[in-house]
Design a binder for this molecule. Structure first.
Ligand code: PSV
Ligand code: MN
Ligand code: MN
Length: 423
């Protein structure tokens, strides 16, 4: 039986239960008339580097059936999108994934209903054929020749993105220092801005540049784009097409990420997200697996701030996952992440904003908390499933993926000893 009929059968079996759950929430909660449509419009890009098993510096325990080529990665993302209808884009990391024939790759992606989200440059590793080393940084480097090599790489990445129809580049720099005294902070900052300006100058007019920040790792004393303030001040120096990118795992412990999101949005400088979750640092865990309330609070600020500016939720920011999977099937993990993001978004759409504002104006702290927690404790999974169903997707993607034994088929096709590129 082909996939479409398997999905049809599976959905038919589950539809009565689904309808009962949907009726329940529809009778119980005031649901905005456009909520399902908004969920249907919302697409979350899958990173090409998260389709295989990740690893740590202590080891890597590969699963089987991992994609060995960019074509297979696109096929995996196509499969995710076929199941959830909400993963209609892929984000490439270059040179981990270089399209040898951009037109063919673009066509293959389009056949799967996929677009190309931000392309990512990589100046945090030395490649085999590279002339100069990034050991002491890239865009901040003391040697102009190293900076130029890193700038040229970023421009090359933009060119690959143009060929694929991408509209943005994400720059994450590991630049910084490992020991006090190693770096002149101001010079490193100035050199980085100077280099970024050269990259920015190569951006096509309809493109955006996202500058991602991260508190630490691989440098353990200072990072040159270490927090949202550093990224924000740099993108302001670049121009209207430059924005800050928030990766949820890149903050110091207990940072108030929702407040950062709110202010960046207010300032018109929030570009997009790398969704994941963390307990300790840049853990790259499944979105919503550790702090689902935080994810909801972030979406609460996003919906509030984007509506205040009349922004399009689906199109005006870059929504991407950046995750790694050490012990789970990557495809199952990605399905879980997308669902967690959709749940947080759906809940944020349910917040009674007038009531919340009134409670805030009255300094009614308890009421504010009741409003937000009331929504966060509402099970909205039937709404998310309904959006999926209306788009032709699967009622419960993870359950279906298992019952259809998709990993087993991938292992049969690709073998049991496979290692995909990525971190
Ligand atoms: C760095 O930790 C990061 O979050 C950047 O987005 C990189 O591109 C990605 O991870 C690499 O896995
Ligand atoms: Mn990231
Ligand atoms: Mn990261």
């Amino acid at each position: 039986m082909n996939l479409d009929s398997l999905i049809q059968d599976y959905n038919n079996q589950g539809i009565a239960t689904h309808n009962r759950r949907l009726d329940f929430i529809q009778n119980d909660v005031q649901i905005p008339s456009n909520l399902i449509q908004k969920l249907k419009d919302f697409q979350i890009a899958i990173p090409s580097w998260a389709l295989g098993t990740g690893g740590t510096r202590f080891g890597r325990f590969s699963g089987g059936g991992e994609p060995g080529t960019l074509e297979e990665k696109i096929s995996d993302v196509g499969l995710l999108h076929r199941l959830n209808k909400s993963s209609g884009a892929i984000s490439l990391h270059i040179p981990w994934d270089i399209p040898s024939d951009a037109n063919a790759i673009k066509k293959l992606a389009a056949d799967h209903g996929l677009a190309f989200d931000a392309v990512n440059s990589n100046t945090f590793q030395d490649q085999a054929n590279q002339a100069l080393s990034y050991k002491f940084g890239s865009l901040q480097h003391t040697d102009r020749a190293v900076r130029k090599q890193a700038i040229d790489h970023n421009i090359e990445v933009i060119k690959h993105g143009v060929d694929l129809g991408s509209k943005s580049i994400t720059v994450w720099l590991s630049d910084g220092s490992c020991f006090p005294g190693q770096l002149n902070f101001r010079r490193a900052y100035e050199r980085t801005v100077e280099s970024l300006k050269e990259i920015y100058a190569a951006l096509p007019s309809d493109w955006k540049l996202f500058l991602e920040y991260k508190a630490y790792e691989p440098n353990f004393y200072s990072t040159t784009v270490g927090d949202w303030g550093q990224s924000y001040s740099m993108v302001n120096k670049l121009g209207d097409k430059a924005y800050t990118l928030v990766d949820l795992g890149h903050h110091l412990p207990n940072a108030n990420i929702e407040q950062i999101v709110s202010l960046l949005l207010m300032e018109g400088k929030l570009g997009g997200f790398h969704f994941n979750d963390s307990k300790y640092g840049d853990d790259d865990l499944t979105a919503g697996s550790m702090k689902p309330y935080q994810l909801f609070l972030i979406f609460n600020e996003l919906v509030d701030g984007m509506d205040a500016k009349g922004m399009n939720h689906a199109k005006d920011l870059g929504w991407m996952i950046d995750a790694s999977h050490n012990v789970k099937d990557p495809l199952e993990d990605l399905l879980q992440s997308v669902e967690a993001i959709q749940i947080a978004y759906a809940q944020a759409l349910l917040v009674d904003r007038k009531a919340l504002e009134a409670a805030r104006e009255a300094n009614d702290v308890v009421r504010c908390q009741e409003i937000l927690q009331g929504v966060a404790r509402t099970d909205v999974r039937a709404l998310v499933a309904q959006a999926r169903l209306e788009l032709g997707g699967v009622l419960n993607p993870v359950e279906f993926y298992r019952s259809a034994e998709i990993r087993k088929q991938l292992i049969q096709q690709r073998g049991s000893k496979t290692v995909a590129t990525g971190l």
